[in-house]
Design a protein around this ligand. Structure first.
Ligand SMILES: C[S@@+](CC[C@H](N)C(=O)[O-])C[C@H]1O[C@@H](n2cnc3c(N)ncnc32)[C@H](O)[C@@H]1O
Length: 384
């Protein structure tokens, strides 16, 4: 809802500033990821960083805030890992001033849900709104049940409030996290927590890499596949077949998929012999020209990073088509510390380079869906 600033009680004290924000569980690892994502995203303006707290980032946007949120929400994991998501258009100097302004702005006969930050401000604002005579006269009810409108209000550094008012439809369709207020919501990525990692990794590949993978029939080898989140995600895409390598059981419904085979072996045991168990399985699943289709190797095995790259992943790259893509979760272990993480990531990079993977193609990313002690490596086997 846009407001005519001329109608405000003290128009000098309110500026139009489009902003978006997100709050999340306070921990350093999530705040680093949200900070990087929001500051580097094309839909935001990093020069207007309104707030950067350990559990909340609020930033200006040159776009309509709802459009900016649509763009930010494209990234898998963005809304899933968050608490509330905020949008708004105004910044008012002073909490009392904001209270004066908002009483006149909330529509007559409306029922208003309030989203506040920080949580301590929420109670204070709700109490003040409940006491407002103007709101009573205007038959405005502050309530989370069957609301018609959403009031967003974030108190920054105890003196400025950035805020916005939206209809309930705008809230439900563009601001709410998927599943908010709906206990029966079915998420599109719903197999297990791990599944979001592969969805997010695929998003982060370049357009050329995505084209190389998905424009023609593709065979994926999924190492450490059980119970099957990554395999299920990829097997659901068109023209994709999957060989799931894991000594553990896959979810039974995956075993009925015509485009998926489970090699119930350790990855070390699918590469010995001539032909290897992997080659036999690939030919059965994709025909004799399977070598042209094998362009994606993914690994989420829960071993120490160096072991999983050296012993599980690299032996499987020899059949991978030149130009083929690698997606590997690096499980860095607990209590490794920042230096330990850097050391392990560097060791993995060296292993990949020694095995002939081009250094420029190796990207280490910290996905929203990674845990605190995980990173994901994306890399590409060189073309001949
Ligand atoms: C975190 S789970 C993988 C989850 C999977 N990505 C998903 O989406 O369901 C790690 C898996 O790695 C497997 N694993 C560990 N060592 C392995 C090895 N040497 N070869 C193949 N799989 C292995 C484990 O059996 C386990 O099922």
């Amino acid at each position: 809802m846009r407001v005519n600033l001329e109608n405000l009680q003290d128009k000098e004290k309110t500026q139009e500033i489009n902003f978006v924000g997100v709050n999340f569980k306070e921990n350093i690892s999530l705040s680093k990821r949200y900070e990087d994502y929001l500051i580097q995203n094309e839909s935001t303006n990093p020069d207007i960083l309104l707030s950067l707290y350990p559990d909340c980032v609020v930033i200006g946007t040159p776009l309509d805030p709802l459009l900016a949120l649509d763009n930010l929400n494209q990234r898998n994991g963005f809304s899933r890992c968050s608490g509330r998501i905020f949008a708004g258009n105004y910044l008012t100097q002073g909490e009392d001033q904001f209270l004066l302004e908002i009483q006149d702005i909330l529509p007559l006969n409306s029922r208003v849900r309030v989203h506040c930050y920080p949580p301590t401000y929420s109670k204070q604002l709700l109490d003040n709104l409940d006491l407002s005579k103007v709101l009573k006269e205007n038959s405005v009810l502050i309530t989370p049940s069957t609301p018609t409108h959403l009031l967003v209000a974030l108190l920054l550094d105890n003196s400025r409030v950035c805020w916005g008012v939206y209809t309930d439809t705008e809230y439900k369709e563009r601001i709410a996290r998927p599943g908010d207020g709906d206990p029966n919501h079915v998420f599109s990525i719903n197999f297990n927590k791990a599944q979001a990692k592969i969805a997010e990794s695929v998003q982060l590949l370049s357009e050329t890499e995505k084209k190389f993978l998905f424009d023609e029939e593709l065979l994926v080898v999924d190492v450490g596949a059980a119970p099957g989140g990554w395999s299920a995600y990829l097997a659901a895409l068109s023209q994709v077949s999957v060989i799931s390598v894991d000594p553990a059981e896959l979810e039974p419904n995956l075993l009925n998929l015509p485009n998926l085979r489970h090699l119930k072996l350790k990855a070390e045991d699918v590469v010995g012999g001539c032909p290897t168990p992997l080659q036999v399985s690939a030919a059965q699943l994709c025909g004799e020209n399977w070598t042209r289709k094998y362009r994606l190797l993914i690994c989420d095995a829960n071993l120490d990073v160096r072991d999983s790259v050296r012993d599980l992943v690299l032996p499987l790259t020899s059949d991978l088509l030149p130009g083929g893509i690698l997606v590997i979760t690096l499980k860095l272990g607990r209590r490794v510390g920042e230096e330990g993480i850097l050391r392990k990531v560097e060791a993995v990079k060296r292993l990949l380079i020694t095995a002939g993977i081009e250094e420029v193609s190796i990207r280490t990313v910290w996905l929203f869906s990674n845990s605190k002690n995980e990173r994901t490596v994306l890399a590409r086997k060189p073309f001949l």
